[in-house]
Write a protein that binds this ligand. Structure first.
Ligand SMILES: Nc1ncnc2c1ncn2[C@@H]1O[C@H](COP(=O)(O)OP(=O)(O)OP(=O)(O)O)[C@@H](O)[C@H]1O
Ligand SMILES: [Mg+2]
Length: 235
């Protein structure tokens, strides 16, 4: 593991404006976010604040908010977001050296909206590969060194089999001393044994067990009987 806690260094001036008014960001300001396992999944409804949080964490660590590896830290010249600028980390014992200097920091930010642009400049020529193939190329060629790997809904581009492959890469990173923080709606990804699951919502942030997640329960019921859901939305 690289980091064991994230927190905000300075209080914002206006707590009633975005992103400070998002409940999970409030929780980060109040209590910080403790990482107790090498892999952390953030789950929650649309608009609950997962992307806001993972972008802030990636930026705070020094990864470009546009996505990409540590090599592109200064590529975009985009100023950090207000949240990214304030985020600080407590290093885990094995992450002290990496956290001690910016140049030692390794990692990758996979951001759904801009993933293809980011992969293009990393040399994966996404024009010639499909969306999911581009993601797989990044996992295979960029998810190698121990570092902080931040992902935002990687499952959006991936088939069932490719999601399983991603779990294999995540597991390998975790075993080799790396760390993963991943926002997701996927019951498949969140089933990774030993991963921490943090549920984001109106309540702020709380830890949850996989088999008690609403998203797992909905998928179970839907697959068992799609009509029990469809009758509410179809004419
Ligand atoms: N740049 C922005 N300016 C103002 N509000 C924003 C901005 N980006 C997001 N928000 C708001 O912040 C809240 C959290 O958004 P966020 O994108 O973090 O949610 P999310 O959990 O990632 O949702 P999803 O599951 O749909 O990806 C939402 O209410 C959203 O409308
Ligand atoms: Mg999002």
């Amino acid at each position: 593991m690289i980091i064991e806690r994230a927190y905000a260094a300075v209080a914002p001036h206006r707590e009633d404006a975005w992103p400070w008014n998002v409940p999970c960001v409030r929780a980060l300001l109040a209590d910080g976010l403790r990482f107790t396992a090498p892999v952390t999944f953030l789950v929650g409804e649309n608009g609950s604040g997962k992307s806001t949080l993972v972008e802030g964490l990636a930026e705070g660590f020094g990864l470009d908010s546009w996505g990409g590896s540590h090599e592109w830290r200064y590529a975009s010249h985009r100023p950090k977001s207000a949240l990214g600028e304030r985020i600080r980390f407590d290093a885990a014992p094995r992450g002290r050296r990496m956290m001690g200097s910016w140049s030692a920091r390794k990692g990758f930010f996979l951001r759904a909206e801009t993933a293809l642009d980011a992969l293009d400049r990393e040399g994966f020529a996404p024009d010639t590969v499909s969306h999911g193939e581009g993601f797989l190329a990044a996992f295979r060629h960029k998810f190698l060194q121990p570092g902080l790997y931040v992902m935002d809904e990687p499952e959006a581009a991936l088939s069932f089999g490719s999601c399983l492959e991603l779990l294999g890469h995540i597991d390998e990173l975790a075993r080799s001393g790396g760390q993963v923080v991943c926002a997701t709606h996927s019951p498949l990804l969140t089933a990774l044994p030993g991963a921490d699951i943090v549920e984001v919502g109106e309540h702020g942030m709380r830890r949850a067990a996989w088999d008690q997640l609403a998203l797992v329960d909905h998928w179970r019921r839907y697959l068992a009987d799609p009509r029990s859901y469809l009758r509410h939305v179809l004419g």
